[in-house]
Design a protein around this ligand. Structure first.
Ligand SMILES: Nc1ncnc2c1ncn2[C@@H]1O[C@H](COP(=O)(O)OP(=O)(O)OP(=O)(O)O)[C@@H](O)[C@H]1O
Ligand SMILES: O=P(O)(O)OC[C@@]1(O)O[C@H](CO)[C@@H](O)[C@@H]1O
Length: 316
């Protein structure tokens, strides 16, 4: 089973207005609610690609029930820890006349110590986990050390006698402190990796050097996403750069999460690292073609795969 862990899920309340005016009421012409949060997005894209997963994390209150109900309706398995606070609602506004997108991310509910312990116990007891993916911001009440502990516990879990593969997609202090626990795969974007290594990265050579530093610290695969410039993969023996075609971008929310899902899709289908990377780029770019905060679908994903350019930088 694949488990996705989102500590701070959200309802993504997405609204469309013709033009944002600051001097008069803005009339909303369309509005949609989506179940959101980084690893929840991974579960949603995996579902679109025909792969089952179970979404874990904290939910609470009416918004939490709405989120769970939406996932249920989409046929996604869930096993959330219910908390006393209310799941957050993020606001995303699309200005139709310009294509501009404004996002306002709420902090999320306070997570109480006993609620955290319930999650850790759940992770310790995960049944048959093949892949565990962890992503997104920390809700109030939790410190970055929590991610390190979750990675450590997830790495102990076994699937058919093998250790679960642990993916991590977090940023800032959460990423820095979790590297010591050696997640198997991380997917920072270029800015998050720059922050991690403490220098601005622009050119591919600079990205490669930084990713190698992290690989040497025990992270088996480092995926660095760079928006329209695609993704660089660094592992001990292989290095690649996969580049998407030019597309008309509708929305970039969840593109990175979709890349994680595309990579996992490759892994569960027994593909090579290079093929997994191509899938990661195809899934990320497929999400940019969708409206609102909708995510990659199978049709766009399959259509994009042959359009991805793969540069092999190192094999041994
Ligand atoms: N403008 C774009 N054109 C084509 N593909 C894109 C574009 N932006 C993103 N993508 C695709 O999505 C992948 C991930 O995007 P990005 O590097 O922006 O991730 P991210 O910063 O983690 O995203 P987010 O935090 O918004 O989910 C890219 O590698 C690429 O395949
Ligand atoms: O605040 P976080 O946890 O960093 O990110 C939350 C979020 O932006 O991530 C998804 C897109 O990646 C959205 O569904 C959601 O609103």
């Amino acid at each position: 089973m694949i488990y996705t862990i989102t500590l701070n899920p959200a309802i993504d309340r997405t609204m469309w207005v013709e033009r944002i005016r600051d001097d008069e009421p803005n009339r909303i012409v369309r509005e949609e609610n989506y179940a959101g949060g980084k690893s929840i997005d991974v579960s949603k894209v995996l579902k679109n690609l025909g792969v089952e997963s179970t979404a874990l994390g904290f939910i609470g209150g009416f918004a939490g029930m709405e989120l769970e109900g939406r996932l249920l309706n989409e046929g996604i398995g869930t096993d959330f820890i219910r908390v006393s606070g209310e799941t957050r609602t993020n606001i995303i506004i699309h200005e139709i006349s310009t294509g501009r997108q404004l996002s306002f991310y709420a902090k999320g509910p306070d997570i109480r110590p006993h609620e955290l312990v319930m999650l850790i116990e759940q992770i310790e007891g995960l049944r048959d986990p093949e892949i565990v993916t962890i992503g997104g911001s920390l809700p109030p009440g939790l410190s970055p050390a929590v991610y390190r502990r979750i990675v450590t516990e997830a790495k102990k879990c076994e699937h058919n006698g093998c250790k679960a593969k642990v993916f991590l997609d977090v940023d800032g202090l959460s990423l820095r402190s979790s590297i010591e626990a050696a997640p198997d795969v991380i997917k920072p974007n270029i800015y998050e990796l720059s922050e991690l290594v403490g220098r601005e990265l622009r050119e591919i050579d600079e990205v490669l050097a930084a990713a190698r530093e992290i690989n040497r610290k025990g992270v088996e695969v480092v995926l660095v996403s760079m928006g329209p410039r695609g993704i660089v993969l660094v592992s001990a023996h292989e290095e690649y750069h996969a580049i998407p075609p030019q597309v008309k971008v509708e929305n970039t929310v969840g593109a990175g999460d979709s890349s994680v899902a595309g990579f996992i899709y490759g892994m569960v289908n027994g593909k090579s690292l290079a093929e997994c990377l191509i899938y990661a780029v195809a899934a990320g770019t497929a999400t940019t073609l969708t409206e609102g905060t909708a995510l990659a679908n199978m049709e766009d994903f399959e259509r994009l795969i042959p359009q991805i350019t793969l540069r092999t930088l190192k094999t041994s």
